[in-house]
Design a protein around this ligand. Structure first.
Ligand SMILES: [Zn+2]
Length: 200
């Protein structure tokens, strides 16, 4: 078992290369899945997220957590997307790695994943609506992608403009409150542009 320090997990910067490549498969022989799950989930709640991927806090492994911490505390390990519905829906989406950037994104209303649970048992599960959106969002992180790649350039430019307005306010006040979660973050970096996939 490899010991990793889980006592002070912090969000890595959006530009950190770890967010832009697929993390390694989770190795149950090397890591204690339950310990990492617990630490990651605790951070997810602390950061005010409904999902958090291990690579967002610098851990190079395919695991993400999701849930509200009251009725649901879940994780998926080494997930594979096996099916999505033709039916889609649109909702406002944010990401703890880019606090303040919100994008209206179209996602499949239903998605089916094959994954390992925290005990290493193989599961196949279908998610709907918000569950599907959260799972697909976190799954993007497992591929080294992120939600901005699901939006058009013009949509992102508008979001950046509104973000930078908030950023200036954040600089003045010395902190930055995520308007959705109410959680305070460090004042974020100003963003000039985000590379986008313009096929959308
Ligand atoms: Zn995210």
């Amino acid at each position: 078992m490899e010991d990793i320090d889980l006592s002070n997990l912090q969000l890595v910067s959006f530009n950190d290369p770890i967010l832009h490549k697929a993390p390694d498969d989770f190795d149950f022989d090397k890591y204690n899945a339950q310990e990492i799950f617990d630490a990651l989930f605790e951070k997810q709640l602390e950061f005010g997220g409904i999902g958090l991927s291990a690579n967002q806090v610098g851990l190079n492994m395919k695991m993400f957590t999701f849930g509200d911490g009251e009725e649901m505390k879940r994780c998926m390990i080494n997930p594979v997307l096996v099916d999505v519905s033709k039916e889609t829906n649109v909702a406002r989406e944010g990401c703890l790695s880019l606090p303040g950037i919100f994008l209206n994104l179209t996602r499949p209303a239903e998605s089916t994943f094959k994954y390992l649970d925290v005990e290493g048992k193989e599961c196949v599960e279908k998610f709907v609506d918000l569950g599907s959106r959260v799972a697909l969002h976190e799954y993007d992180h497992m591929l080294g992608y992120n939600y901005t790649m699901r939006a058009s350039k013009s949509k992102i430019d508008r979001a950046i403009k509104s973000y930078n307005k908030k950023f200036k306010k954040a600089l003045r006040s010395g902190n930055f409150v995520n308007p959705v979660t109410g959680v305070e973050h460090q004042a974020p970096d100003e963003i000039d542009s985000i590379e986008v996939n313009t096929n959308d």
